[in-house]
Design a protein around this ligand. Structure first.
Ligand SMILES: CSC[C@H]1O[C@H](OP(=O)(O)O)[C@H](O)[C@@H]1O
Ligand SMILES: Nc1ncnc2[nH]cnc12
Length: 310
């Protein structure tokens, strides 16, 4: 569907966003009411941001790899994505990801709500908002949002697929890609305690935390990577399972949005529990004489009024 005929403005604040990953370039069952094209100091986001309505509540939807899956994992403009969503008022993000399973019990088609990440990206992706003359060190011990994870867990019953399981907790290994892992790497990640593997959890989750957003990834297993005695992962396998799992994903996202929309103006959806966490880490690090005006402006885009009291 072309988004060209949709309004490119939306006047109400939007608190909730969904980021769609591989095989989830749109949200089935929703008709967008606007298509926004925000710009940020970090450039344009991956795709137009579609505004959908669920139970009368506006939801932002962003396609991580672009409308046509044109951004490789290391090319996704994650800073622009997170900054653009925040500038619309978004404080809660549910992010979908297609993952390889590193555990026998996580079968293709199962869902995983991870609570940890192992970073195997290679430092080639821009990964922080705070650089170039403004320094900040945020806490990242628990990279996802426990409150959102609990909501997703409660919604697992919405999936009617036979035998589909939602695994609560687990460690996502985020590798650089775009090539898949070697067998030695896949076995090493298993030995490290990894549950699933993808190429997209980072820097997205780090940037969401820097932007003081509540962020939870929902992983959909599409393969057993290459450690298992079944066929090694390839793109066709990932796409086949994503297509087969579309109905389950639709039911799950619908149920999660039901819950989030009921709480649209609550402190948890507004991520009050993260408010001030990054700003505190930034404000006192770089002394005024070391601050770069352009870097300060970029921080101001994220947190309007940030420098007023310093
Ligand atoms: C096509 S397989 C590899 C690709 O799939 C996952 O994408 P996403 O996390 O956006 O669903 C994985 O992270 C890779 O980018
Ligand atoms: N095996 C795998 N490795 C990395 N990313 C993936 N996304 C889906 N399957 C994957």
């Amino acid at each position: 569907m072309s988004t060209d005929s949709l309004p490119n403005t939306f006047s109400r604040p939007v608190h909730i966003a969904v980021i769609g990953g591989t095989g989830l370039g749109k949200l089935a069952g929703y008709t967008p009411v606007a298509a926004l094209h925000p710009t940020t100091p970090w450039g344009a986001p991956s795709s137009p941001i579609l505004i959908l309505e669920h139970a009368g509540v506006p939801i932002a939807f962003l396609a991580r790899h672009g409308l046509h899956h044109q951004h490789a994992p290391h090319e996704v403009p994650a800073r622009a994505n997170i900054a653009a969503l925040r500038s619309l008022g978004v404080r809660t993000i549910i992010a979908f990801s297609a993952v390889g399973s590193l555990r026998e019990e996580i079968k293709p088609m199962d869902f995983v709500v991870p609570d940890q990440i192992i970073d195997r990206t290679k430092g080639i992706r821009p990964f922080t908002f705070f650089e170039g003359g403004v320094v900040g060190h945020i806490g990242f011990a628990d990279p996802f949002d426990a409150g959102l994870a609990a909501i997703v867990q409660r919604c697992a019953a919405a999936m009617r697929g036979d035998g589909v399981v939602l695994h609560q907790g687990g460690t996502v290994v985020c590798m650089e890609g775009p090539q898949f892992s070697t067998r030695a790497e896949s076995n090493m990640y298993r030995a490290w305690g990894g549950s699933v593997i993808n190429m997209s959890a980072l820097p997205e989750a780090k940037l969401a935390r820097e932007a003081e957003l509540a962020y939870q990834m929902i992983c959909m297993a599409t393969d057993y990577d290459c450690w298992h005695d079944t066929a090694d992962v390839d793109v066709a396998m990932v796409m086949k399972y994503m297509a087969a799992n579309g109905e389950n994903a639709k039911h799950l996202v619908g149920a999660v949005l039901d819950e989030l929309c009921k709480q649209d103006n609550s402190d948890s959806v507004l991520a009050k529990h993260w408010e001030g966490s990054a700003q505190g880490a930034v404000k006192f690090m770089t002394k005024p004489e070391g601050r770069d005006p352009e870097a300060m402006k970029r921080v101001e885009f994220l947190f309007p009024g940030f420098w007023e009291e310093s």
